[in-house]
Structures are given as structure tokens and as C-alpha cells.
Design a protein around this ligand. Sequence first.
Ligand code: NAP
Length: 259
Amino acid sequence: MDLGIAGRWALVCGASKGLGLGCARALAAEGVNVAIVARGEQALQQVADALRALPGAGQVVAVAADVTTEAGRAIALAACPQVDILVTNAGGPPAGDRQFEREDWIAALDANMLAPIALIRATVDGMIARGFGRIVNITSSSVKAPIDILALSNGARSGLTGFVAGLARRTVSANVTINNLLPGQFDTDRLRGNFAFMAKQQDADAEAIAEQKRRHIPAGRFGQPDEFGAACAFLCSALAGYLTGQNLLIDGGAYPGTF
Ligand code: NAP
């Protein structure tokens, strides 16, 4: 299937590993020019080289910046000649349920709610003026069903979800869509970090916890970042102009609800 986005420019945040990298790889493989952002320069440069080597890849720009800061976002935006596609992402907040202070909440809101909103605000009017835009926010299954040890994620991402639900209806007539992709459990460093936290809390083995979690996923396995990237690329495609304001859960069937 030709996704019809070769030659477009995408700004992909949190893209040196994990789900962001999965999205960058899928877009680069479609011939989309990508500007990839993460804080760690070394991993980012290695990933950029690997993306350039993909068959059919376009330009790849690596930007070392912290997207949770205004200065970092300015650097990231300046490195991308034109943002046709925006994938927002940053690290998840620390695990825990009720111990967090105001500063912890502000940091989580900055990373997982206000940073994506600021990036959308900075790019959406240009997209509307050009008559094409695709925005995908990497959020979490915690928006649909809370994860008890991720209080900050449950709260901050719900705020972003509410904002997107309103704005998406105001931009779609200009062929600018905004959707959220909700990962269940994907095999990344972040997931391993969560298992390590639970292991410490329960005085248990992290691998045993991973196995227990895996058994509860109907697919019988954790997701792979490239599976996540494929869904992202479709949402970013020219074919997906009638698909907006949605929260697409990718979780191997783990969410037990009918809808
Ligand atoms: P990951 O493997 O830890 O990768 C995070 C990526 O984001 C890295 O490239 C990291 O590079 C970059 N990053 C982190 N903070 C950043 C910042 N402030 N500015 C720019 N880049 C930043 O995480 P992941 O598993 O891919 O998860 C991505 C997002 O999905 C997270 O918010 C996570 O909480 C959420 N999520 C993941 C899962 C899962 O199963 N994996 C499930 C639900 C939700 P640097 O550290 O070098 O900046």
C-alpha cells in the first residue's frame, strides 16, 4: 500500500529508541524525511545512520534536544524545514501511586501534556495553511484503563487526551488530523523499567513479573516497536484524512472491554 507521504517532513520526538524509533523507522521506510529528537546525542546519531540506510529513506536529521523545555522544542522545530507530520513523545513519568508532590506533578504535566500541546500549537497553523497535516501523540493505555503504579501517567495523559478531542474537530476540515496512539505493553526499556520498579516493591524477580504480565496479554507476548510504528505510519498517511480525534489502543487484546 502506498501511504502517499513520501517527501513529506516529519518531526518525531523521543525517537532514539523504543516506540518513537519504531514510528521514525516506519515513516523513513515510506520515504518521509524525518527529524528525530532525543536528549542523548550518541544514540541519536547511531539511529540516524541506521535510518539513512533503509531502502527508500529520504533525509534524516538528528536533533539532540529536550522536548519538555521551551528551548529544546525551539531547537527541534528549527531543525525540521517544515512539519507536515508531528509525532509527540517523551519519556514516561516515574512510577508510584500517591507519594508525588506538586513539583512531580508539574514535571509530569510538562512532559506528557504541555510539551505535546506546545508542539501542536507551534505546528498546526502551518499544516492548516498548507492543507495537510498529521499529528500523532504517543500516550498510553492508561488513558483507557488506569495503571495503578503510574498515577502521573494516568493523570497527565488524560489532560492531553481531552485537549486533542476538542482541537481535532477544528482542524480536520483543513486535512489536518490529530490522533492518539495508546501503547499497551511494548518490549522497550521503559517497560523493563516498570517491571524493575514492581520487582523492588514486591521483593520479587523482574523477569518473573514480566512473565506474569505476558501471560495476561491475549496475544501471549509484548508488542514490538515496529508494530507500533506501522500503525503510526498509517495514521500519518494521505489515506487517513477522515480519521481524527481517535484513541487507538495497541495492546495485543489486553483491554477487556467491548468498546
Ligand atoms: P523508551 O524506550 O524509554 O524511549 C524513550 C525515548 O524518548 C528515548 O529515545 C529517549 O531518549 C526519548 N526521550 C525521553 N525523554 C525525552 C525528552 N524529554 N526529550 C526528548 N526525548 C526524550 O520509552 P518507550 O517505551 O518507547 O515509551 C515511549 C512513551 O510511551 C513513554 O512516554 C512511555 O511512558 C509511553 N508508554 C510506553 C509503554 C510501553 O509498553 N513501552 C506503554 C505505555 C506508555 P533520551 O533519553 O536520550 O532523551
